[in-house]
Design a protein around this ligand. Structure first.
Ligand code: UD1
Ligand code: UDP
Length: 355
């Protein structure tokens, strides 16, 4: 079996790392194709270094652009590489434009697609991610659903063949790397108690009113709860803040994007995390750090059902209220996202199903 692993962004690198490890451990022939959607050192290369991943065989360097331009460039490059390599299966992860391009190029060449993290749904089609993940599920041959709930989402859309519940590979990553992060050097000495913030969703940060609102709510958390907020900002968010003249409020410390070990270290030590990230909601649940989701929906409702997460929206007073509620919660929920063996299960199924 020859496996093509297509990836392009920070969360895909992190969540595919356990799978890549497992392919190596089983001596399975594979190669990595990097679309280049993320390219800054702190959004890309640092993760290959920290997670000791092999270099991509193909780097498309598509960079940033509108959805159509970015996806179209990726399709051209992925198709060219797949025609040359003729892999038996193409593995994609998640819901980014790289995920969509990898899946679409492969299925049109009649190469089976294996979708890691299948079946997640926010039911909000204004999110580019919802469009990507839904389309990818519908062209995939193997669908690795992290939970029973994601499997049920697929069933409701008529997808019942090739679906396996494996857990989410983020749990594998957290279990492997969280114990190693204590020595990681941080760009600042964190206060003894603090909140952590990430914010980058297109629907939140590209709208100046929503971005200002979200930051106002976070500023109220810093002020009223006396919790300084550390904010490693995604480059998209930095650009938008600069464009709209929006500053971080008092008590919110802007940082550069962090490496994985640095981020996990800060997450482990946080009183609470406020975020619109998918991966961060999952990591917080796994590390038993209360999470306040700065959105109106989540495609990870399992984390809410077990009490690890709350969907706060962006109204500043609600953000404050929900954060207060979460900070005081006992951190004893079970992890609904898996047992840390997702990559092992996925590779076993690939071996059985693909050969
Ligand atoms: C993408 C994904 C999103 C995912 C996120 C993970 C899509 C549609 N969106 O969003 O689902 O949650 O990645 O972080 O695929 N930039 C840099 N350096 C980089 C990458 C981006 O400076 O290495 C800046 C550029 O100004 C760029 C902007 O960030 O225009 C947005 O990048 P893009 O890849 O379009 O989307 P993300 O917001 O990163
Ligand atoms: N992350 C990181 N450094 C940071 C912020 C996040 O390493 O400064 C990691 C985080 O631990 C998680 C992943 O990036 O594993 C989440 O990616 P992101 O929020 O960009 O995308 P999403 O998960 O929302 O698609």
């Amino acid at each position: 079996m020859k496996v093509a692993v297509v990836l392009g962004t920070r969360p895909e690198i992190i969540k595919l790392a356990p799978l890549i490890r497992e392919l190596e451990r089983n001596n399975i022939e594979f190669f990595i194709l990097h679309t280049g959607q993320h390219y800054s050192y702190s959004m890309d290369r640092i993760f290959f270094e920290q997670l000791e991943l092999p270099d991509p065989r193909y780097k498309l360097d598509v960079g940033s652009g509108t959805h159509a331009v970015q996806t179209a460039k990726m399709l051209l490059g992925v198709e060219r590489a797949l025609v040359k390599e003729t892999p038996d299966v193409v593995v994609v992860q998640g819901d980014t434009n790289s995920t969509l391009a990898g899946a679409l190029a492969a299925v049109k060449l009649q190469i089976p697609v294996a979708h890691v993290e299948a079946g997640l749904r926010s039911f909000d089609v204004r999110m580019p991610e919802e469009i990507n993940r839904t389309l990818v599920d519908h062209v995939s041959t193997l669908l690795f659903a992290p939970t029973q709930l994601s499997k049920r989402n697929l069933e409701r859309e008529g997808i019942t063949e090739g679906v396996y519940v494996t857990g989410n590979t983020i749990v594998d990553a957290v279990q492997r790397y969280a114990p190693l992060v204590d020595g990681a050097e941080l760009p600042v000495d964190p206060p003894s108690e603090y909140a952590l913030l990430t914010l980058h969703r297109q629907e939140n940060v590209d709208n100046p009113q929503r971005l200002a609102n979200a930051l106002k709510g976070v500023g109220m958390v810093a002020e009223k709860l006396g919790l300084p907020v550390l904010f490693p900002a995604h480059p998209r968010t930095r650009v938008r803040m600069a464009e709209h003249g929006i500053r971080a409020p008092e008590g919110v410390m802007l940082l550069e994007p962090l490496g994985y070990f640095q981020f996990l270290k800060l997450l482990k030590g946080a009183e609470v995390v406020l975020t619109d990230s998918g991966g961060v909601q999952e990591e917080a649940c796994t590390l038993r750090v209360p999470c306040v989701t700065l959105r109106h929906s989540t495609e990870r409702p399992e984390t809410v059902y077990v009490g690890a997460n709350t969907v706060a929206g962006l109204v500043p007073e609600h953000v404050l209220e929900k954060t207060l509620e979460m900070v005081n919660k006992p951190r004893s929920w079970p992890n609904p996202l898996g047992d840390g063996k997702a990559a092992e299960k996925i590779v076993k199924i690939l071996q059985e199903d693909v050969g």
